[in-house]
Write a new protein. Structure first.
Length: 350
């Protein structure tokens, strides 16, 4: 009979990682669990079914080096930390005799400067005009961009919208969940549901949403027979007819698909290269420059505090302060020189 320790030594790196996170990480934060699942997929792609005992520290370091060439340093750090946890568990189980994650160094590109994450006003108008005229059911990535630009929603919140979340009478949407395409299910909004909120949308935008719904529902009705005999649809855990951004492929476009389309529009429209999250940042900066209160903007974006808003958009507020200082010098300065446009009323000291 094979000794348990011998059997354990024959486990692959990817299988050990999967078994570990399913047992110890599945009951924690759904978002963290999803990140670990993504790491397992990366391990599988990198090492296939190689035994955990055959992996060397040099191989892990080379992987981290290669990974850092095409990812942000924050993403490289997440991969490193999760590898460290998984390897540590294998060490505790006695599957490996030394910590091959010790001394590893992660790398990656620096986070993009905050002022490059949103469109300037003229670029915003250029993109908005394009999306208004071209976003249709057959161009669902564009519909998702437009929705994010109008509401400031995160990708997961946009993807998770269902038709019962929109109130056409009051022109409001109820953001109460997000869609996780990896797990193929709905999840709580950020911070364990604390980002739930109801926000208004422009009345002028409603006809476009109504038309998209009309075309989508007609398409789903005409393809009902096809979907009933599709194995994939028999195993879904949601009602496809309810999802606002379900495309003609019977799927909600993933974030990568939207970003690829935005990359194309960067060249076609001559606008700054930004991702789907840049729609949210552009919406936020539009509100800030329009003079909406900090409290209103924070609530609309689903921030838990003004501190979070100021941390994310501090550079915008600083720029506005600089512009206000310039305006003050021009206006109050003219008052000092006696060239104010409004007559100063003298007060009798008696």
């Amino acid at each position: 009979m094979q000794h348990p320790a011998q059997a354990a030594s024959r486990v692959s790196f990817s299988n050990f990682a999967k078994n570990y996170i399913d047992l110890y990480r599945s009951k924690g934060s759904p978002r963290t669990y999803a990140l670990y699942q993504n790491t397992v997929k990366k391990i599988k792609d990198q090492f296939n079914d190689r035994l955990l005992t055959s992996i060397t520290r040099d191989e892990l370091q080379k992987w981290l080096n290669d990974f850092g060439k095409s990812h942000a340093i924050t993403t490289g750090e997440k991969l490193y930390r999760q590898l460290h946890v998984i390897i540590g568990a294998a060490l505790d189980e006695g599957i490996i005799s030394r910590d091959i994650s010790k001394g590893l160094i992660y790398s990656g590109s620096k986070p993009q400067a905050a002022d490059y994450k949103f469109l300037e006003y003229d670029e915003y108008i250029t993109l908005l005009n394009y999306l208004r005229d071209n976003a249709t059911f057959n161009q669902m990535t564009e519909e998702m961009m437009l929705f994010a630009l109008m509401t400031g929603s995160r990708y997961g919140e946009v993807a998770g919208m269902t038709w019962d979340d929109i109130n056409f009478k009051t022109a409001t949407i109820n953001i109460n969940k997000q869609w996780n395409p990896r797990l193929h299910k709905f999840m709580l909004t950020k911070n364990h549901g604390k980002s739930d909120r109801i926000v208004s949308i422009p009345d002028q935008y409603l006809p476009q949403l109504k038309e998209m719904k009309r075309v989508q529902q007609l398409y789903l009705k005409n393809t009902e027979h096809q979907r009933r005999h599709d194995w994939e649809w028999k195993t879904t855990t949601y009602h496809e007819e309810d999802m606002m951004f379900l495309s003609f492929t019977f799927k909600v476009p993933q974030n990568d698909s939207v970003n690829r389309r935005l990359d194309e529009l960067h060249y076609q429209l001559g606008i700054k290269r930004i991702g789907m999250h840049g729609m949210r940042h552009t919406h936020a900066t539009r509100l800030i420059y329009a003079g909406y209160s900090d409290w209103y903007i924070a609530k609309r974006l689903g921030h838990n505090s003004l501190k979070e808003l100021h941390r994310t958009y501090g550079h915008v507020f600083e720029q506005m302060q600089a512009e206000a200082d310039t305006k003050l010098r021009a206006s109050i300065g003219q008052d000092y020189l006696g060239k104010a446009s409004h007559k100063i009323v003298k007060i009798d000291p008696k």
